[in-house]
Every structure is written in structure tokens, then in C-alpha cells.
Design a binder for this molecule. Structure first.
Ligand SMILES: [Zn+2]
Ligand SMILES: [Zn+2]
Length: 165
């Protein structure tokens, strides 16, 4: 992890602890603490893996608005784990038990969706010679645009830009 990821990890795990402490006080018990990572990708801001007792958070979305992420996404996912530890499979994902934990324990609106932007998929740049297609990274593509010439090792021809997708 780089410094930025390290910082995000620390902030989010502190918020997870705060949420669990609140739940412990509210229910007068001690909930089992989960493991946590920043591996969430795609459209979800986070996922609670109930059986593994694991939380995954989306770093790309955290970075858009850390304060909002800590106030909304973290309690949302922690509430799933709390409900699971109390009710096991009997409660539905965003049902009344989950809403009650959000509102009464975390004092947070029980919102099911987030408004963070989804990370755009990586674009690859296709180049061609006489014998094959070559995939360039954005950096390499930018160097080519600035005039760097790339040769195919097999046919020795200049690579020409074809399409980005
Ligand atoms: Zn949810
Ligand atoms: Zn070639």
C-alpha cells in the first residue's frame, strides 16, 4: 500500500471501530470485529461478506469525498454485519432490522444507494504493424502522440495507432 492507501485504510478502519463500539453499547454486548480491505471495485462502494465477517471498501469512491464515505458507506456496511450477527439469515439485506441499526444505532439515514462516481474502465490503445495488433498503455500512447516511434520486433515496421477502447 502507498501512503495514500495507508491513510485511507487507517481512517476507514477507525470508523469501522467507532461503529462497532456504538453497536456494542446499544446492544450491550460485544460484536465480533471484521477483517477489512480496500479491494472493492466497480459499482459498489463497499460490500459486507457476512459469513467471512469481512468488509471491502472502494478506495476510488472514498477518495472522491472521504468525509461523506465515512459517514454513509462505512455505517451501511457495518450495519449488515451487525444485523447478521444478531439475526443470522433471518433478516433481509436492507430490511427493517438493517434500517433500525442505521437510524437508531448509527443515527444515519438508511440509504441503500450511493452517489459516488464509478471508476471508468481502463482504456487500451490498439496499434498495428504488418503482422499483429499491439496494445499500448495510456502513457505509451501519449509518448507516441508526442512523436516517439515504436517498431514491431517481428516485422520491424512502425506501429500505427488504430483505435482506443
Ligand atoms: Zn447494503
Ligand atoms: Zn509486426
Amino acid at each position: 500500500m502507498n501512503d495514500q492507501q495507508e491513510k485511507a485504510y487507517t481512517e476507514i478502519s477507525q470508523q469501522v471501530s467507532i461503529c462497532f463500539d456504538k453497536a456494542d453499547r446499544f446492544f450491550k454486548g460485544r460484536f465480533k470485529r471484521p477483517s477489512m480491505n480496500l479491494k472493492q471495485r466497480g459499482k459498489a462502494a463497499g460490500t459486507a461478506y457476512l459469513e467471512k465477517n469481512e468488509l471491502r471498501f472502494n478506495l476510488y469512491m472514498y477518495e472522491q469525498d472521504p468525509a461523506k464515505f465515512l459517514q454513509t458507506v462505512v455505517p451501511h456496511e457495518v450495519a449488515h454485519l451487525i444485523v447478521h450477527q444478531i439475526y443470522s439469515r433471518q433478516a433481509s439485506a436492507h430490511g427493517k432490522e438493517w434500517r433500525a441499526v442505521m437510524e437508531k444505532v448509527f443515527d444515519t439515514p438508511a440509504e441503500r444507494t450511493h452517489t459516488f462516481k464509478v471508476k471508468p474502465p481502463k482504456v487500451s490503445f490498439h496499434y498495428a504493424c504488418d503482422c499483429q495488433t499491439h496494445i499500448f498503455s495510456k502513457q505509451r500512447h501519449n509518448r507516441a502522440l508526442k512523436g516517439t516511434q515504436y517498431l514491431c520486433k517481428l516485422c520491424k515496421r512502425n506501429l500505427e495507432f488504430v483505435i482506443a477502447d
